[in-house]
Design a protein around this ligand. Structure first.
Ligand SMILES: Cc1cc2nc3c(=O)[nH]c(=O)nc-3n(C[C@H](O)[C@H](O)[C@H](O)COP(=O)(O)OP(=O)(O)OC[C@H]3O[C@@H](n4cnc5c(N)ncnc54)[C@H](O)[C@@H]3O)c2cc1C
Length: 470
């Protein structure tokens, strides 16, 4: 069955071949080597330019969540809103440059096909000669790319690196621990203290147009264009998606004193300024990590360089480490035994899983964090560590269900950072010290001594709670 919008296009004359950009976690125009490459290819070869974002591409090849413990129907509202805002902003920028975003969405009444099939139709009908993508550590997305490459061997495939500080693993082999990785990077590739800024790819000044038959096609075609109806969920959130908001947050953050005290505040459970809050924009690529690093370097030169500013770089290296960890270990990222020899002894239990997800465990600190996640799509790093530890130790659950719940709700969901951190805490990943258990009573005492966090996020709304770990 053909998608009706795409079907109508087959009746329109096609007078040119096209270059196609498949956006994924690179939803920006600045420092986007993929977009720059595609614009150059289209200009040089007099081709038109198709700019596409496809929701749930890997679903179309039956790949999404295949190696995971369980699936979910739809992503959480906050995560969806952040993504829609990001696509909206990207589309506005692309329109200013003379093109616009095509948004493939699955299973709507007007387009009853998965997005992989819709994409294949576009490739065929628009005579796509080149596809440009950004490198990703997402195993499932890469499976979809592999399918496309095999299905269309005549189409040239161009992959750029847009998501990381390093273009490839900056050493021969990924070290077993983060500390070894960091030490090696700092001795051989100290980008924080290097003489010059990291090179970025400037935003194109203009873009070649999309194929005429899309611009002048039937009214039906308009449902392929990014459409503001996708913004219909409106949740109050400090996180506003999109490159414009990312840059504005970057400016606000580095125009404040917050970077100079980051190390002393970063473990707090709440409060906007206590950690950088860059993760969500970094995760979907509305913010370039290279642009962020250059900004940090300027702050060190012009304002202050201290332990706190160093620690922002230190955390960005954790992000980098997990990216290369995911690239190295591929589908093992989703395995119960991770990269270890043996599986943990924990198990699936529906009732305990529901308690954790719904914030009705016997532990107020856990409930508060889980309520915060549900309502905002965000949880602090300290919160994530505590709830993951409780999930594994107090509740004895299979860590993959926790990771999948995070995948559904976190606005900063990133396949490498999420699954890598969960493996680490479950003792099946990159932690040389094995499984870590946090003492919930001590953590509560240390990070919420007045109980205000628990109160704010209604963590004590349960009849039967305890403060200490067994
Ligand atoms: C179980 C678990 C799951 C997680 N899932 C994700 C996820 O899906 N996406 C995600 O971006 N982060 C994840 N993290 C890492 C970390 O919790 C968040 O990056 C951080 O809380 C985001 O807030 P921030 O931007 O204010 O971080 P900051 O403390 O300000 O850190 C600055 C940046 O460094 C990076 N960073 C910091 N800590 C880590 C870390 N432990 N691992 C990798 N990168 C890090 C992030 O890009 C972050 O934006 C997870 C951590 C745990 C323990």
């Amino acid at each position: 069955m053909l998608n009706p919008q795409l079907d109508s296009l087959t009746k329109m004359p096609i007078d040119k071949e096209a270059v196609l950009v498949l956006f994924y976690n690179d939803l920006r125009i600045d420092d986007n080597a993929t977009l720059a490459k595609a614009a150059m290819l289209a200009q040089e070869n007099h081709r038109q330019l198709l700019l596409v974002y496809a929701d749930a591409l890997a679903d179309g090849i039956g790949q999404a969540h295949k190696d995971q413990a369980y699936d979910f129907d739809r992503i959480g509202d906050a995560r969806q809103q952040f993504l829609s805002e990001s696509l909206f902003d990207l589309n506005e920028s692309l329109q200013r440059l003379g093109n616009r975003l095509l948004h493939l969405t699955p299973h709507t009444s007007s387009a009853p096909l998965d997005t992989f099939t819709q994409l294949c139709q576009l490739i065929e009908q628009q005579q796509v000669t080149d596809i440009c993508v950004s490198q990703t550590a997402d195993y499932n997305q890469n499976q979809a790319y592999g399918f496309l490459q095999r299905k269309y061997p005549q189409v040239r495939w161009h992959e750029q690196v847009t998501n990381t500080l390093f273009a490839s693993l900056p050493m021969e082999e990924l070290p077993k621990s983060f500390t070894q990785f960091r030490k090696q990077v700092e001795s051989d590739h100290d980008l924080l203290n290097a003489e010059t800024d990291v090179v970025i790819s400037p935003a194109p000044k203009s873009l070649p147009p999309m194929p005429d038959n899309l611009i002048n096609g039937t009214a039906d075609n308009h449902s392929l264009f990014f459409n503001e109806h996708h913004l219909d969920v409106q949740l109050p959130s400090e996180f506003k998606g999109g490159e414009t908001n990312a840059i504005s947050h970057l400016n606000n953050y580095f125009n404040s004193d917050a970077p100079s005290t980051y190390k002393t505040t970063r473990n707090a459970l709440d409060d906007w300024t206590h950690s950088t809050k860059f993760s969500a924009w970094l995760a979907n690529g509305t913010l370039s990590v290279k642009v962020l690093l250059n900004r940090l370097r300027h702050y060190e030169r012009e304002v202050v360089a201290n332990e706190s500013t160093y620690w922002i770089w230190f955390e960005l290296l954790w992000r980098e480490y997990f990216y290369w960890y995911a690239m190295t270990h591929q589908q093992k990222l989703f395995w119960f035994k991770g990269i270890a020899e043996q599986s943990p002894t924990t198990e699936f239990d529906k009732e305990r899983l529901e308690q954790w997800k719904e914030g009705t465990t016997p532990y107020p600190i856990i409930n508060a964090c889980m309520n915060q996640l549900k309502q905002t799509g965000y949880m602090s790093n300290r919160g994530r560590q505590i709830v993951a530890s409780c999930f594994i130790h107090e509740l004895g659950l299979d860590w993959r269900y926790g990771a999948t719940h995070f995948e559904q709700y976190l606005i900063d969901y990133d396949v490498a950072s999420n699954w890598g951190n969960w493996q680490y805490l479950a003792g099946v990943g990159a932690d040389p010290r094995g499984c870590r258990q946090f003492n919930l009573a001590k953590q509560t005492q240390q990070y919420d001594p007045s109980g205000s966090f628990i109160h704010k996020w209604q963590g004590d709304n349960t009849d039967d709670y305890v403060l200490s770990s067994p």
